[in-house]
Design a protein around this ligand. Sequence first.
Ligand code: HEC
Length: 141
Amino acid sequence: MNKGRMILLGAMVLLGGTTAGQLMAHGDVVPQAVDTTALPEIGQDWLEKNPYSGNAKAVEIGQSAYGQNCARCHGLDAESGGIAPDLRYLELGETGDQWFMERFRHGSAHDGKVYMPPFGDVLGQKAGWAIRAWLETKHEG
Ligand code: HEC
């Protein structure tokens, strides 16, 4: 568990159960850890191309990881309700991979306002590529 996460959990305990529950309802929650031990190791360096594209196990893990970490903004089953971009239309292939990872790792903020939190350090690249592998199966357009 990293330091930021411990502080956040500590704050939730201090705020008490009800408040933490309300925070969750607003979607402002700690990222949910993703178990990626079943996936092939891909090293520490961030890759530019999805190593799990078409990997059935990765698609399964990615679907669940998406549901826990991304769906609240990007929509159930990747169908956006309009709060955040519809990820079914993300470009396939390496250009799409790179853009996906850019946002997954660093999130998005403008003028001091966070539109999307960064996930790279908390979930790791195996989880990121697994989500991308699942999104590829949902691609449209
Ligand atoms: C708190 C809401 C929120 C959460 C949670 C969230 N996102 Fe986002 N995401 C956004 C918003 C808003 C944008 C648009 C940002 C912008 O245009 O600057 C975005 C943009 C993106 C983009 C770029 C889409 C494009 O068409 O340019 C990708 C890829 C993405 N998110 C992936 C993810 C993944 C994967 C997760 C889960 C691990 C996730 N997001 C979780 C709000 C969120």
